[in-house]
Design a protein around this ligand. Structure first.
Ligand code: TYC
Length: 113
């Protein structure tokens, strides 16, 4: 006996009401935002003090530290590193605290990359 058209469609596997379309979720990796730590120039902080800060808190060797200090001195500011929010915040606090304790007006800030 030939099938009625409605009965035929109900018998097609995968097209019935119980069938869900399987979509594969693409794994999306979330990278945390990064923050630039900036050092600002001023007329009073000694050059060697800035070099010392760059060595001590940013792990730069003397030549790298001197170069970045000179960039800040000439251009007004420079990025001294790029970090996660928490690390950037800590570096800024360390620099500001160290400068304040030595009574230098050195300014250090952070901004989202
Ligand atoms: N301009 C300062 C001077 O001539 C040196 C200096 C460099 C200060 C970098 C701050 O972030 C700074 N003594």
């Amino acid at each position: 006996m030939p099938l009625h058209p409605v009965m035929m469609s109900e018998q097609v596997p995968g097209n019935g009401p119980e069938t869900s379309i399987m979509t594969k979720a693409k794994p999306r990796t979330q990278r945390p935002p990064l923050y630039k730590v900036l050092l600002l120039n001023d007329d009073y902080t000694p050059m060697e003090f800035v070099v010392h800060i760059l060595e001590r808190f940013f792990g730069l060797n003397h030549a790298q530290a001197f170069e970045i200090m000179l960039t800040v001195h000439k251009k007004g500011l420079a990025v001294v590193g790029v970090f996660s929010f928490e690390v950037a915040e800590t570096k800024v606090a360390q620099v500001m605290d160290f400068a304040r304790r030595h009574q230098h007006p050195l300014q250090c800030t952070m901004e989202k990359e």
